[in-house]
Design a protein around this ligand. Structure first.
Ligand code: SF4
Length: 498
């Protein structure tokens, strides 16, 4: 750990460096602001560096962007909102060309649309699907939009050389020899400028506590937020740097739903400080983390229909509770016993390969039943939190657009009973303005008939529904290019041909 202590000379030199890079060309800057310490230092230094320039030098735009994953820890996101507003107001007052923006995931890719709608299992370190969908993609969309408008952009990030050894190497490998900018690892015409890469952790705190925030924030409050936490979830805009950082999720500046970490330090900290209305959120998050690896909640094939086998740990298994099937007979066994891998909860099945090794079926997304339970519990959690919320009885954990996206996904996955509006009404006692076009194709009694027919003919109801949905999607089009391929792809799914 470095002990370099910040001084006026070092700050002056850093601001001069920022000014030189700013004045060197007309490429606009995009500054990532996560609300955490490192990005606060960067925004503050950039703000101060600009304030010292003459007005005719302030020619190019600086966009300060923050990501709102829509599942941000509630008190953190309101503090980020306040800060963005203060930065914007102060910049206007001083005539600085700074614009603040929030970037959000697309509605069909939010945390809830992915987890409850599509059944993505709660994220963990090895399957962290959320950072791309919730943070990187929205930030990249913003950046690419600016690239298409201005030709090139420079991203200004709060990464530091010594945050971790690997990150240090990534930073070095991207640096253009002798230049202050790094090439972005994947975005064309985008460059990365890391003005505080030489800062140590001590420098960061020294600066924040000795140099007051130009827009009137109290940086001591920021320090208080870090008391039980030692890292932040940066606003990530470079995938390589993100992968090596590894800090996303272990932070107060992440999502309240984050199951990548074992404990949610942010929620616990706030609750300990008297924010009792967050207790239901913590309970829900812990439950979401618990059910992740429970096979009962998971499909026994992947989202694309692929079935995979994993070595069984025989120390954890009482063989008497299991049926052992030779691998070559797996398909026949499932068919004879009419086992639907998408919805079966308990499957005490061991598959023995030719060499006598025992394997278990790998897990896929959450089952429809699990998704229904998650949605119900989430709405109940929202209701409880609303009742306890000190000043916002309409506080939301999930938005109306997300519920509509989930309804669409469920419908595609064969929920023809249209459960989203029902669950919503059962929990909240209210109705939403649901799209009439998304009404189910069949009435309930017709569905029961279909189910019976499928059983009689040994046909998968799930497959039938999928095929009908494909036909529905192409209905009304004169040229139905792609229909044949879609049908073929569906019929070739792994689990149908074991
Ligand atoms: S904080 Fe956790 S849930 Fe949110 S994007 Fe980061 S890893 Fe994913």
């Amino acid at each position: 750990m470095s002990t370099q202590i910040i001084n006026d000379e070092m700050i002056k030199a850093t601001k001069q460096h920022i000014q030189e890079i700013y004045l060197a060309d007309d490429r606009p800057w995009v500054v990532g602001y996560s609300g955490g310490k490192d990005s606060t230092v960067v925004v503050q230094l950039v703000f101060e560096a600009l304030s010292e320039l003459k007005s005719d030098q302030l020619q190019k735009k600086i966009y300060v962007i923050s990501s709102d994953t829509l599942v941000e820890t509630p008190l953190i996101i309101s503090s980020i909102n306040t800060t963005l507003m203060r930065i914007q107001d102060k910049a206007l007052e001083l005539g600085l060309p700074i614009e603040t923006h929030k970037v959000r995931p697309e509605t069909n890719k939010t945390f809830w649309a992915s987890l409850i709608g599509k059944g993505y299992p709660s994220p963990r370190q090895k399957f962290r699907w959320c950072t791309d969908r919730l943070k990187i993609d929205p930030a990249n969309r913003f950046i690419l939009d600016k690239v298409s408008k201005f030709g090139e952009v420079v991203m200004v990030l709060g990464v530091r050389d010594n945050e971790s050894h690997t990150r240090d190497q990534v930073l070095k490998s991207h640096t253009i020899e002798g230049k202050a900018l790094m090439r972005h690892s994947s975005l064309p015409n985008s460059f990365v400028f890391a003005p505080i890469r030489h800062f140590s952790l001590d420098d960061v705190w020294d600066y924040l506590l000795s140099y007051p925030s130009p827009w009137g924030n109290d940086n001591h409050e920021l320090m208080a937020l870090y008391q039980n936490s030692n890292s932040e979830c940066p606003l990530i805009v470079d995938k390589d740097i993100k992968e090596s950082a590894g800090s996303c999720g272990n932070s107060r500046f992440g999502c309240w739903t984050c199951t990548v970490v074992t404990k949610d330090k942010a929620l616990i900290g706030f609750i300990e400080n008297g924010e009792d209305w967050l207790i239901p959120l913590l309970a829900f998050r812990d439950w979401l983390s618990e059910i992740r690896d429970n096979p009962k909640y998971r499909q026994k094939h992947r989202m694309n229909g692929q079935v995979y086998l994993l070595s069984a740990n025989m120390n954890d298994i009482n063989i008497d509770d299991y049926t052992v099937i030779p691998e070559k007979d797996l398909g026949k066994y499932l068919e004879q016993n009419q086992i639907d891998l998408a919805s079966i909860e308990e499957l005490n099945l061991l598959v023995e390969d030719e060499d006598g090794n025992m394997k278990k079926l790998g897990l896929g997304p959450f089952t429809m039943k699990a998704r229904e339970e998650i949605l119900r519990r989430l709405l109940e959690t929202q209701k409880e939190a609303q009742a306890k919320h000190p000043n916002d009885p309409n506080f939301e954990l999930i938005r109306e657009e997300e519920l509509k996206a989930i309804r669409k996904y469920w419908f595609e996955d064969g929920d023809w009973n249209d459960r989203v509006p029902t669950i919503y009404e059962e929990v909240t006692g209210k109705q939403l303005d649901w799209e009439q076009d998304d009404r189910p194709l069949f009435e309930e009694d017709q569905l029961t008939d279909l189910e019976t027919l499928c059983q009689e003919y040994g046909l998968s109801l799930q497959l039938l529904k999928k095929l009908v949905m494909i036909e529905k999607d192409y209905a009304g089009f004169k040229v139905r290019r792609g229909l044949q391929q879609e049908i073929e792809k569906t019929l070739k799914q792994d689990w149908l041909h074991l």
